[in-house]
Design a protein around this ligand. Structure first.
Ligand code: PMP
Length: 401
């Protein structure tokens, strides 16, 4: 029998998708499941986005588009980066992708040879490890436990970059923790990055418009302009604009890196669809009140989640300041028996299974993100479902022996 390529031995299906599948199966059996598991924003873009899509459909050329991205979309992206304090770019610094996921995959192909090292903090978004495995890169994980609020310290970064990884991948605000680095923290990390010139810096900042509490979004480029020559900023419309299914991601990069991604696009995807490009340009260039209102709503939901978790003895949750995730340390439950059945909960995976099966709440085990003491709650759901799901979690934790 012919075999699959060796790289497939490395790639695993995403643990988030595994929980989502299990949830779907239980729902299909008629079970009432509250899903805190999937990272989708749960709102739709404004009418102006649909109007732009309809207008594009009316004058559809039926043709392939630009490998880099449609001009109007690139210009809207330039304005977006400028709003985020990254000015002075031109279209030649940009490249689109089918979501930030494909942009990150393009970057891995463009920057990493097999055997090269990519460093990133844990907890990390699951796909980072999988993409590294697919391109045959080694990972250097930088542990950021709940005791340090899941945040990387300048000393840790310094020690990691001293090992000269080819790429350092940094996610802010963070999925799965919701943590946001403050201005002075970004400044300190930027100073360390500037001292280590052998490493590409990839910033996965796709939640940059979802920051609460006046913390603001800050970017290392503002503090160390010299990093421009080796920093790539990845962004996406999925979360901010309620458009995950439209699949639009993009990056700002040094010209030759953007060009490498364009070349990869010409081989992988050719272009984004015309209708999608028009809708994406309208979302980026149009009124920004929907993303702003959603962000305020998420801040309020965050407070509800934290208040509920604070009532569970032994569960500790560093305070998220962005995105729509909370990542409580639930290790207090491990090694204990639960409910009348006396089910032993040994670890985060067993905890999430028991929560799903006996309480009807779907969360993602922290080990999927490299932190087995935690679980991820994605709270981008309607208020009533959020309240019900949190009440079920509280009841579940009260049922331990
Ligand atoms: N980066 C992070 C940190 C994410 O959470 C996600 C989506 N869950 C992505 C990238 C990919 O986003 P998309 O492909 O939908 O643009």
């Amino acid at each position: 029998m012919p075999q699959l390529a060796r790289r497939m031995g490395q790639a695993k299906p995403s643990a988030i998708m595994v929980i989502a599948e299990k949830t779907r199966a239980l729902k299909a059996q008629g079970r009432d499941i509250i899903s805190f598991s999937i990272g989708v924003p749960n709102f739709l873009p404004g009418e102006h986005v649909y109007a732009a899509a309809r207008a594009a459909l009316e004058k559809d050329s039926g043709q392939y588009g630009s490998n880099r991205g449609a001009d109007a979309l690139l210009d809207a992206m330039l304005a977006h980066f400028e709003r985020n304090g990254i000015a002075g770019l031109t279209r030649r610094n940009l490249c689109v992708g089918i979501g930030a996921k494909q942009v990150l995959y393009n970057l891995a192909e463009a920057l990493l040879d097999p055997g090269d090292t990519i460093a990133f903090p844990t907890p990390f978004w699951t796909t980072y490890a999988d993409i590294a495995a697919i391109v045959g890169a080694k990972t250097l994980l930088l542990p950021c436990p709940p005791e340090q609020d899941y945040k990387l310290t300048p000393a840790q970064l310094d020690a990691a970059l001293a090992q000269k990884p080819k790429v350092f991948l940094f996610n802010n605000p963070s999925n799965p923790t919701g943590m946001v680095y403050h201005r002075e923290e970004i400044a300190a990390l930027a100073a360390v990055m500037a001292r280590h010139a052998d490493t590409w810096i990839v910033l996965d900042d796709i939640y940059n418009r979802m920051v609460f509490d006046e913390v603001g979004y800050h970017n290392v480029l503002a503090f160390e302009p010299s990093l421009r020559d080796r920093t790539i900023v990845v962004d996406s419309l999925s979360k901010t604009y309620g458009m995950p299914g439209w699949r639009v991601g993009f990056a700002a990069a040094p010209e030759h890196v953007a060009q490498a991604m364009v070349t990869l696009n010409s081989n992988h995807i050719t272009s984004l669809p015309e209708v999608v490009s028009a809708a994406a340009a309208a979302a980026l260039a149009g009124p920004q009140d929907i993303p702003a209102a959603q962000c305020a709503g998420f801040a309020r939901k965050r407070d509800v989640v934290l208040a509920a978790l604070a009532q569970i003895p032994g569960v500790r949750c560093p305070r998220p300041e962005g995105a729509f995730y909370a990542f409580p340390d639930v290790s207090v439950a491990f090694g204990r028996t639960h409910g009348p059945s006396g089910r032993l909960i040994g670890n985060d995976v067993e905890l999430c299974e028991a929560l799903l099966e006996s309480a009807g709440v779907a969360c993602v085990p922290g080990s999927a993100f490299g932190e087995p003491r935690a679980l991820r709650i994605s709270y981008a759901c309607p208020d009533a479902a959020l309240a019900e799901g949190l009440a079920r979690i509280q009841k579940f934790f009260a049922e331990f022996e």
